[in-house]
Design a protein around this ligand. Structure first.
Ligand code: SF4
Length: 470
């Protein structure tokens, strides 16, 4: 069992200690890197929460004097910010760590760190300790603020650091952040999860739910909008269970003046209320799109997953939204082949995707996670069979989307331009309100702007059109 920090004074002491380490580490780095500052390479796996965490890690490193590089071989510090949600993501991380052996041998002062959800698991830390001596630091999701101390211990004392301490009680505000994107910003509003879905490792590696105070969030978003950000995504493992009231928070963010739009992920159907739908519809800056993972169409499987809603509850919220706005857009996550799922139950999932007509689906074959309840459920469906179901479901979803997207033909949509087109460099790409990719010809000077695009063609992954009236 890891030590749990429960006292605010512990945290204040820790932060004071870290400022001393910052000074010591800065001096040390200046001695080691005389000609130019050291470079850090940070690679995040997994979800937006990890991308947001990486921006805070970069904030700490920038304060200490690190620069950043996208080229791993050029770096003096490599950090993999890992994901534990699926087995194959973990396997990929181990593969990447293995390949770092030669780089470590060739570079005397190279520091290698593994952090994030995967690193929070004791079994992973133990495996890295015994099998991958090239790794210098393993730290979990609660201790980013101790990076100065960890790095100092590695570089000055030449010791390996393993810190999986948990802290469920404090959210550190006002941390420096180095944001990658200049157009879209992620703003965490809550951390952790209380739901314990039986397949999910998140509550074990991210702790219980903790919400940020509304005024801290408003302050951050206001500044981001002043800095020119055009899309703000409020983040949380279960964002709509935000403890100070999520609809109220959305309304307050909507009142911030400026030309920007609001998204949020990820919502749990049990907390998706009619009030939330009304808020989305009534607030002009909130995209009329809800990502609402339903996971499975069978009530028996939903119960086995401990999802705390039935598929009828799910339909209720969809019907309410579509009753108010017929083209209200939904996307979802689906797990295929949960232990004990029958083919008939899988077909119930297919029925949901045909009925709801999601604009986007994130589909996964069930991945067994050690330490979760579902790990011990009998699972007699062969992996190949699960793969077949998944492929079938993807084909059906493609047909659904092709049909769905027809509603945009000859219509004008507002697009936030994000960059160069995916398939043609003379094109630009961006997303509409419904979070669907839109591609069109246009000048690069429009990147970061909202433009109106008339849709003239659809494919099953994107809409294509022409800019009008900009
Ligand atoms: S709501 Fe369920 S699936 Fe989502 S993070 Fe929490 S436990 Fe995992």
């Amino acid at each position: 069992m890891n030590k749990i920090n429960t006292h605010k004074s512990d945290l204040i002491d820790e932060l004071k200690e870290q400022s001393i380490y910052k000074i010591k580490l800065k001096a040390l780095l200046e001695k080691i890197y005389i000609d130019s500052p050291p470079l850090a390479y940070i690679h995040s796996f997994g979800c937006q929460q990890n991308i947001s965490d990486a921006e805070k890690i970069k904030g700490f490193l920038a304060e200490i004097g690190y620069g950043f590089t996208d080229i791993q071989d050029d770096s003096d510090l490599i950090i993999y910010n890992t994901c534990a949600v699926r087995e194959n993501a973990e396997a990929r991380v181990y593969g990447n760590i293995g390949e770092l052996k030669h780089l470590k041998a060739a570079k005397e002062n190279l520091v290698i760190g593994i952090c994030g959800c995967m690193a929070q698991q004791q079994s992973v830390a133990d495996k890295i300790k015994s099998t991958y001596p090239q790794v210098d630091m393993v730290f979990g999701t609660f201790v980013f603020h101790k990076l100065p101390e960890m790095l100092y211990n590695v570089l000055a004392e030449r010791i390996r650091v393993f810190d999986l301490k948990e802290d469920n009680h404090e959210i550190l505000e006002g941390l420096s952040t180095v944001r990658e994107d200049k157009i879209k910003a992620y703003v965490p509003v809550m951390y952790g999860c209380n739901n314990f879905c039986t397949y999910c490792i998140v509550p074990y590696v991210r702790g219980r739910e903790r919400s940020r105070k509304p005024d801290e969030i408003i302050k951050e978003v206001t500044q981001l909008v002043k800095d020119g950000y055009k899309e703000i995504t409020l983040l949380g493992q279960n964002v709509n269970s935000y403890s100070y009231g999520f609809s109220g928070l959305l309304r307050s963010v909507n009142e911030i003046s400026g030309n920007f739009r609001i998204r949020f992920v990820s919502s749990h159907p049990k907390d998706a209320t009619k009030e939330l739908i009304d808020t989305i519809i009534e607030c002009e800056k909130i995209c009329k799109h809800l990502h609402l993972p339903f996971q499975a169409g069978s009530n028996r499987i939903l119960n086995q997953m401990n999802r705390k809603y039935t598929i009828e509850d799910y339909y209720d919220i969809i019907d309410y939204a579509r009753g108010k706005k017929s083209d209200f857009s939904f996307s979802s996550d689906i797990i295929v082949g949960f232990p004990g799922e029958t083919f008939e139950e899988f077909l119930q999932t297919v029925e949901v995707i045909k009925k709801v007509k999601f604009d986007n689906l994130y589909t996964f074959v069930y991945s067994k996670r050690s330490g979760t309840k579902a790990e011990n459920l009998p699972d007699n469906i062969p992996q190949a069979e699960k793969g077949k179901w998944l492929r079938e479901l993807i084909l059906i979803q493609r047909e659904v989307v092709t049909e769905n997207f027809k509603r945009f033909l000859n219509k004008t949509v507002t697009v936030l331009v994000e960059g160069e087109g995916k398939t043609d460099s003379t094109y630009l790409t961006g997303k509409n309100d419904e979070n669907i990719i839109v591609e069109f010809k246009g000048h690069h000077s429009l990147i970061g702007e909202f433009v109106n695009v008339k849709i003239t063609k659809i494919k099953n992954w994107a809409l294509f059109g022409e800019i009008i009236n900009n």
